[in-house]
Design a protein around this ligand. Structure first.
Ligand code: 5RP
Length: 232
């Protein structure tokens, strides 16, 4: 199977964990989109679920498929969030935020009893960090915050190019919460737990794309099927 088939296989397998009456978080990105589409089919066939999307983009897709939607104000506790990842390791630590939705993704995932990660095999790595770590930053004083990020990261053995994300027109990219993202190409992250905690202590950092201790199960598409890591 190619990468997209693997994403789809992982997404379809995640449906096995969805039971009638569940409240679900819906992730963002191409793998999560496969899940939303597959869930939409089940809803058409009568499955009763209520869902919170992690981005405007996912919300529009889910709405177009007739999936009942709510938000965390009306429904603050969810059963399962199903989302993709840019990288995951065997401890189910993740890098997320390639699609720019890391903040809402983390809020929704941590409002959920369980998070299931769905991914193609290329996302499973020995050491996190080849994918540039997204860090969401308040626009006020962003250059000063970026400087602090570089200093703090270097204390954790992480150095490399940091660039403020731009959109397809070269204009600053804004998240759904109107913040900037700095993509930090560290290459490897020797201590993801320590780095994540330290980054989130910097004034001006809203959150970073390391998801530590949040996912309990990963479904990884392979050349021949799907592998399960962790348990639920
Ligand atoms: C969006 C994300 C996505 O889950 C991540 O970028 C993976 O995307 P894809 O499934 O398209 O490979 O974190 O913010």
């Amino acid at each position: 199977m190619n990468a997209d088939d693997q994403k789809k296989a992982a997404a379809v397998r995640a449906l096995d964990y969805v039971k009638p009456g569940m409240k679900l978080g819906l992730g963002t990105g191409s793998t999560a989109e496969h899940f939303v589409r597959a869930l939409g089919e089940k809803v058409k066939q009568g499955l009763d679920v209520l869902c919170v999307p992690t981005s405007e983009r996912t919300g529009k897709l889910a709405e177009s498929l007739g999936i009942p939607l709510t938000n965390l104000d009306d429904t603050p506790h969810l059963d399962i969030t199903v989302d993709g990842a840019d990288e995951l390791d065997r401890e189910l630590r993740l890098i997320k935020g390639g699609g720019g939705a890391l903040l809402r993704e983390k809020i929704v995932a941590t409002a959920s009893e369980r998070m299931i990660v769905i991914a193609d095999a290329s996302k499973l790595v020995e050491t996190l960090g080849a994918f540039p770590l997204p860090v969401e930053v308040i626009p006020f004083g962003a250059a000063a915050t970026a400087r602090r990020i570089a200093e703090v990261a270097s204390d954790f053995g992480c150095t490399g190019r940091m660039s403020r994300r731009a959109d397809e027109y070269g204009e600053p990219f804004f998240t759904d919460s109107e913040n900037f993202i700095y993509d930090c190409a560290f290459g490897t992250i020797p201590d993801p737990d320590g780095l994540s905690a330290a980054l989130n202590r910097i004034a001006g950092v809203v959150d970073n794309g390391l998801f530590i201790g949040i996912a309990s199960l990963a479904i990884v598409g392979t050349a021949t099927g799907t592998d399960i890591l962790g348990s639920i």
